[in-house]
Design a protein around this ligand. Sequence first.
Ligand code: GSH
Length: 202
Amino acid sequence: MKLYYMPGACSLTDHIALEWTGAKYEAEAVARDALKQPEFLALNPMGSVPCLVDGDFVLTQNVAILHYLDEKFPQANLLGGKDLQVRANAMRWLAFCNADLHEAFVPIFAPMRFIDDENAHPALQAKAREKILRLLGIANNALQGKTYFAGVRTVADAYLFVILRWAVGVGIDLSPFANLTALMNTMMQDTGVQAALKAEGL
Ligand SMILES: N[C@@H](CCC(=O)N[C@@H](CS)C(=O)NCC(=O)O)C(=O)O
């Protein structure tokens, strides 16, 4: 198996998941401009990471890749194991991270995808920050009294960790969110997380 990634991008979640499986895999960093070149577009027409190649099988989209790894390596409990409601909660928070929280950062990282006029970017980014803070509050409340979203460690926690790194990177103060800070600390002590960070040069 081979994972294509950009250091620190959402693909770090898949990188951590691969570490948690204990399986043999390769990881290849893709430069941002190479994402839109024909060679990579042949793998992922969206021109984005992550992309997982397993033999002849090519898979993109975080949720699909994480689900595939969970099914392929059931002993790793990437989605919380067999309990229906634990799995449902892991999926719920994975969806929250991928579809809501991750997407809320796009106006901050790439405001030109929304509006060409650079003068409008600060207002757009301020609005995005408001939304991010609201979503971080929701995640923080969900973690009240718990170490992990689903009660056990899952890829939803890894995804949140990756996004919390972005939040810190864009100057969002996490100190009002005690449970998010605790999750970050827990993840930083995880050997799989440490290995993925090191492999990505972070
Ligand atoms: N919905 C996609 C989103 C992937 C995505 O946004 N990847 C970002 C990195 S976090 C990327 O490759 N961006 C480069 C670009 O779009 O040019 C997924 O879940 O895999």
